[in-house]
Design a protein around this ligand. Structure first.
Ligand code: GLV
Length: 332
């Protein structure tokens, strides 16, 4: 008898095919996420779940899922899952690290370049028929990237990949992290600084930390006030790492020059979000890992984690490593 799984969205083909071959799968086919009430209904009968970061998987869900043994997340971040609760109950949680590093770093750079050189504003300028004179020295001036100072807050895989790209722009690269990474410092020729120094010295700052209690509103009013008036802030990690109300004030009142955001405190961000009224910000709907190639590989990784578990093996991308002390991998 095949094990049952609820897949909370249509995953890219190959990964979903593998899941369908090996499991008795029910797939939520709407574009929008399944309501939590429905997830709670579905988990009553399943052995496994494949989730997205927009699904809140917490004690309430686990309480309704007597047979649930594994949650395979289609993302590297897993702040939507109560991992502590899962571990307590012997439920394995897996994610998709590594595979999306370069694609996500590329997008941080896309936002950085778009914000620095006002790409979205320029596009709108032409389409809105504001381009009435051929050329003007003051038209849509931006900020130079080449030779500027980049401050990376959070030097994990993605932070390091962003640094690598900055080498090609001959940037001075600074980083802050709770752990120092001497081997990466040496390999990439980058320098550690305390957070305050990063804020004060950088022309561009990218935020690349996971969302934890300690990183919630890491960038707040006080810290935004430390930044250069010409600085540009990029976030494609998690929205709540930046206090959006403070960021609005900073952009509106000119404490900093611009921002590029792929993530928001609430997603989707409401159309009434005051940030969206500003010209000096470029925004995207949380799509940093969204390339055809990467999304497809992420789905295969979701399947691979599930199949390993099905075969009684520890899944390759296990988040809650301690869970092996609570129960052995496998559905038996
Ligand atoms: C996307 O934000 C991810 O965590 O993979």
């Amino acid at each position: 008898m095949q094990r049952r799984i609820f897949v909370t969205r249509e995953l890219p083909e190959r990964g979903l095919d593998i899941i369908k071959e090996r499991f008795n799968a029910e797939v939520w086919s709407d574009y929008a996420p399944p309501p939590k009430k429905l997830v709670i209904e579905k988990v009553a009968k399943v052995d496994a779940l494949a989730t997205l970061l927009s699904d809140r998987i917490d004690a309430e869900v686990f309480d309704a899922a007597p047979n649930l043994k594994i949650v395979s997340q289609f993302a590297v971040g897993f702040d939507n899952i109560d991992v502590k609760e899962a571990t307590k109950r012997g439920i394995y949680v897996t994610n998709t690290p590594g595979i999306l590093t370069n694609t996500t770093a590329d997008y941080a750079w896309a936002l950085l370049m778009a914000a620095a050189r006002r790409v979205a504003e320029a596009d709108k300028y032409v389409r809105d028929k504001k381009w009435k004179v051929g050329w003007h020295p003051a038209m849509l001036q931006g900020r130079d990237i080449f030779g500027a100072t980049l401050g990376i807050i959070g030097l994990g895989r993605i932070g390091a990949a962003i640094a690598k790209r900055a080498k090609g722009f001959n940037m001075k690269i600074l980083y802050y992290d709770v752990v120092r990474r001497p081997e990466v410092e040496e390999e990439l020729g980058i320098m550690f600084r305390e957070l305050m120094a990063i804020l004060k010295e950088s022309d561009f700052i990218t935020v690349n930390v996971p969302l934890l209690k300690s990183t919630h509103h890491l960038i707040n009013e006080e810290r935004l006030k430390q930044m250069k008036k010409t600085a540009i802030l990029i976030n494609n990690a998690r929205g709540p790492v930046i206090d959006e109300k403070a960021l609005y004030k900073a952009l509106k009142e000119g404490w900093i020059a611009g921002a590029g955001l792929d993530v928001f405190e609430q997603e989707p961000t409401p159309a009434t979000n005051p940030l969206l009224t500003l010209d000096n910000i470029v925004v995207a709907p949380h799509i940093s890992s969204s390339s055809f190639e990467t999304r497809s590989k992420m789905a295969e990784m979701v399947a691979e984690n599930l199949v390993s578990f099905l075969e009684g093996k520890t899944p390759p991308n296990l988040v809650n490593k301690d869970v092996v002390n609570v129960r052995k991998p496998g559905f038996e």
